[in-house]
Design a protein around this ligand. Structure first.
Ligand SMILES: Nc1ncnc2c1ncn2[C@@H]1O[C@H](COP(=O)(O)OP(=O)(O)OP(=O)(O)O)[C@@H](O)[C@H]1O
Ligand SMILES: [Mg+2]
Length: 537
């Protein structure tokens, strides 16, 4: 049998973790900071994480005159006797070992520590199953523990019920991991998804940094995914179901305040939008765009608005008005149909095509989400009245790339996304925010994120941000620092019983086979656009 014992507990405290002396034949190089390990106590089994390693010597004189380089025999003789290594282990979960198996429950929070000389061992496949659950239901393998080839499963039902974050520097694999997770959510039907796909990378084939092509969600799931696009040109070239148009009537003053930076508006100019909103209500933007110089003067007189600011706002918004997707008037029915499709368990990807700049992205994402939120709120209120299961709106996850644009401290209190992150769980809508710079996101929003998935971060501010509101953060810093620059993440929070470092699942042919509904989706695709809308779009 493979030797799995690593060492014995020799000290430690409940608060700071345990010190374990490694066995003579176990070297620090076989272990990894962030690795999950198991300590066998007398009546409890502890699941913990290696948080630090130290080299020790019983005789300090040895350190003053170490053996010559090259005298390996001497070094070997000393190892485990005079010099030895210890690791620090922070227990994260505890399983009571009861004689009666029926009584045995799953692992729970740690309440004690083991006594001296409890054995530390490597975690086995069974230990991972005990902690992270077995295959089935909404448990979904997201990757493997770094040194081993064993699946680590996320509880997707828990993952979708609160807002989540995926963080990491550019190129760490956030968007790829988001696809893996979305595939899991779609496959296990844990939730419907709305994906704001700023760079058109989720729906169809996409080239990786390594140069080969990977399949998009529409390619994998066919008619279960609806693709919307803002760009009629791209929509004609690609297999898009609906070209989305937005009306001037749908733009609220709040949207313009959110875009103050993108439009390069001064605070007075942005505030003018609010004054116009007060005066003209829903018609504010059309009124402003149609105003003559005299009208502007008259408006400023009656509202107290600043004339120069009003003219500047008019100029800027006339520029925005020329966008091809912006119509004089658009009905809300297009967005309402999205909600109906989501309600039937479909997922929607909204591509931006050539409108892939922050201004269009923020404007449209905000309008669409505000409407969806309104409808979900109504549905939820209805469900609370009737208590009929059929009225319960299905869980919706909104995936948002470049999340800091909507959730930075300056705007998070005003945007609909900020509202959702803070309170929307009660309407069955949650966010999956994806961002390179967690420090750019409002700390209040960060502290609301249930599950955090984080790839390598090097900026101190980002590391602090990602641990906002996480207990035991000092133990997790080492694990975060130990990550590769790509495809490795630290998983922590609501959807995992304890933090763990994971090599994320590779998004390739094998993965498609495991999750996809490969087969005859091409034929279904025709039906799809017809059955949802009653007519082909
Ligand atoms: N799970 C994965 N399966 C296959 N390839 C991956 C995976 N994760 C990362 N990669 C590789 O790493 C590259 C970068 O990943 P990705 O585009 O997801 O990074 P990102 O974190 O979203 O970066 P950015 O912040 O710049 O958007 C991919 O093009 C791909 O080659
Ligand atoms: Mg990305």
């Amino acid at each position: 049998m493979r030797r799995t014992r690593l060492g014995l507990v020799t000290g430690g405290t409940f608060k700071t973790g345990l010190g374990v002396r490694l066995d003579a034949d176990c070297t620090t190089e076989d272990l990894r900071v962030g690795e999950m390990v198991v300590i066998e106590g007398a009546s409890n089994r502890y699941f913990g994480m290696i948080t630090d390693m130290q080299l020790q010597a019983t005789d300090p004189r040895l350190l003053a005159s170490p053996p010559e380089a090259g005298s390996t025999l001497l070094a070997q003789a000393l190892t485990g006797t005079v010099n030895y290594a210890t690791v620090e282990v922070k227990p994260m979960l505890m399983l009571e070992l009861k004689a009666d198996l029926d009584e045995q429950r799953g692992p729970g929070p740690v309440r004690t520590i083991p006594m001296h000389f409890a054995a530390l061992r490597k975690a086995s496949a069974m230990d991972f199953d005990t902690v992270f659950g077995k295959e089935g239901g909404t448990n979904f393998a997201v990757g493997t523990p770094v040194p081993m080839d064993i699946p680590i499963r996320l509880r997707l039902d828990r993952f979708v019920e609160r807002s989540n974050g995926i963080f990491g520097q550019s190129g760490t694999g956030k968007s790829f991991l988001a696809r893996v997770l979305l595939c899991g959510v779609i496959r296990t039907r844990a939730a419907a998804n709305l994906i704001f796909d700023m760079h058109s990378e989720y729906a169809f084939d996409k080239q990786t940094e390594d140069g080969h092509f990977v399949r998009g969600l529409r390619d994998l799931f066919g008619p279960q995914i609806l693709v919307y696009s803002l760009d009629e040109g791209a929509a004609a070239r690609r297999n898009v179901d609906v070209t989305l148009a937005v009306g001037l009537n749908q733009i609220e003053a709040e949207d313009i305040m959110l875009l103050a930076d993108e439009l390069d508006l001064t605070s007075t100019t942005a505030a003018t939008a609010g004054l116009l909103g007060d005066q003209y209500g829903k018609e504010w933007l059309r009124q402003l765009l149609a105003m003559s110089a005299d009208d502007v003067a008259e408006f400023c007189q009656s509202s107290g608005a600043h004339p120069e600011a009003t003219r500047a706002l008019q100029r800027k918004l006339r520029g925005v008005q020329r966008r091809a997707y912006l119509k004089e008037e658009a009905p809300f029915s297009l967005i309402d149909e999205m909600v109906a499709a989501l309600g039937r368990g479909r997922s929607i990807i909204l591509e931006f095509g050539r409108f892939d700049n922050p201004l269009d992205y923020m404007l449209v994402a905000n309008i669409v989400t505000r409407r969806i939120r309104r409808l979900y709120q109504q549905k939820m209120e209805r469900f609370e009245e009737t208590k009929a299961e059929t009225d319960r709106p299905p869980q919706l996850v909104i995936t948002l790339e470049e999340a800091h644009k909507f959730l930075n401290p300056a705007v998070a209190s005003q945007t609909i996304f900020g509202t959702i992150a803070r309170e929307m769980r009660k309407y069955n809508v949650t966010l999956m925010v994806i961002d390179q710079r967690p420090s750019g996101i409002d700390p209040e929003v960060m502290s609301q994120l249930g599950t955090r998935v984080t790839g390598l971060l090097t900026e101190e501010r980002d590391i602090d941000a990602v641990f906002t509101g996480v207990g035991g953060r000092s133990f997790l810093r080492g694990a975060l620092a130990s990550l590769d620059t790509r495809q490795q993440v630290l998983l922590m929070g609501h959807a995992v019983p304890m933090p763990v470092v994971v090599q994320t699942r590779t998004y390739d042919e094998e993965f498609y086979r495991a999750v996809g509904s490969s087969g005859s989706w091409t034929e279904d695709r025709e039906i799809n656009a017809t059955d949802i809308w009653g007519k082909k779009q």
